[in-house]
Design a protein around this ligand. Structure first.
Ligand code: GUE
Length: 301
């Protein structure tokens, strides 16, 4: 007789704290070798409040790791030339190792053209055509932070991912596409699902690994999950406030209670993938700084 047990909770917050501590531990050796600390520049266009909060928490984590943080805010009315001129000045700034252009940009701006102006050596978000091409070809480069964080959590839970059936739901350039490339690189059999996929529940039922990155609150139901699967929930959705509360609850793209009843392990929201994104941003900045300084990649990240 098999008894259903509650899934293990994958503690992304604790894993990220450990990673951030190791990154902070590597900064002094970099500073001793180069006479400067790694620098991360974040560019925010417009004043979307959720983005502003996220930029603030990144800045704090950057400083806490002993790195330099540069924040640049442009008004929502900024034009393409202004955004690209700022990015060009950051490309030319020797104190800046990593450039993160916060997405989405206001609708009147051409996101792809703006991203493509970022120097690939400073592309710690892994979004430029050069980074995406390197990832597709399996050449060392910069991997987008969120999917890299998901991979670290999966390897921590499962060890070798070789031969696992993985389903990635969502095909964004920031998460879905690079996640699929990373899982393929780790020898999974990868299926990418999206809004036009037929019979998504049945597809998900075959998966050993489910990565949900669609931005639709609690879309993936518990009875879609294969018993024993590992579920990575990338979604961070705020529900409408209830009962006079100021803010609604944060939920992922997965029905957490339903999935936790059948899965082997699952990431919570908050406290799962989100903190890993920020830790991996610092990791990529540290790596970019070493490469720009002509040093070997730091070990153990
Ligand atoms: N070019 C670009 N790169 C990004 O990586 C990027 C972006 N644009 N635009 C916006 C989204 C959003 N994002 C988050 C990262 C961490 C948390 C995070 O740490 N969340 C915490 C707390 C959430 C809360 O309490 O509000 C958690 O999940 O535990 C959230 C959101 C990165 N993004």
């Amino acid at each position: 007789m098999s008894v259903a047990t509650e899934a293990r909770i994958i503690d992304g917050k604790a894993f990220a704290a450990g990673l951030r501590a190791r990154i902070a531990g590597a900064v002094p050796a970099f500073e001793a070798a180069t006479g400067r600390v790694p620098g991360l520049a974040v560019v925010l266009v417009g004043d979307d409040p959720a983005s502003a909060v996220y930029v603030g928490s990144k800045g704090k984590a950057t400083v806490a790791a002993g790195m330099a943080s540069f924040e640049h805010r442009l008004p929502a009315t900024a034009n393409q030339e202004e955004v690209e001129a700022l990015l060009a000045s950051l490309n030319a700034d020797p104190a800046v190792d990593g450039i993160l252009l916060q997405l989405p940009l206001p609708g009147h701006l051409d996101e792809q053209r703006a991203v493509a102006t970022i120097d690939p050596e400073k592309d710690i978000d892994g979004l430029t055509p050069v980074s995406a091409g390197r990832l597709a070809l399996g050449i060392p480069g910069m991997v987008p932070c969120t999917p890299y964080g998901c991979l670290l959590l999966l390897q921590d839970v499962l060890g070798d991912l070789g031969g696992k059936d993985a389903v990635v739901i969502g095909r964004s350039i920031l998460v879905g596409k690079p996640m699929a490339a990373l899982l393929l690189g780790a020898n999974c059999t990868v299926t990418m699902a999206h809004s036009r996929t037929r019979d998504l529940p049945d597809l998900v039922r075959r998966a050993d690994i489910v990565v949900a990155a669609v931005g639709r609150p609690e879309m993936v139901k518990g009875d879609w999950i294969k018993p024993g699967a590992v579920v990575i929930d990338v979604g961070i959705n705020r529900l409408p406030p209830e009962g006079g509360a100021a803010k609604g609850r944060l939920v992922g793209d997965v029905d957490y209670a339903g999935a936790a009843a059948v899965a082997d392990a699952i990431t919570p929201v908050p406290g799962g993938v989100g903190p890993m994104t920020i830790a991996c941003l610092l990791r990529n900045t540290l790596v970019a700084a070493h490469r720009r300084a002509g040093l070997a990649d730091p070990e153990g990240f």
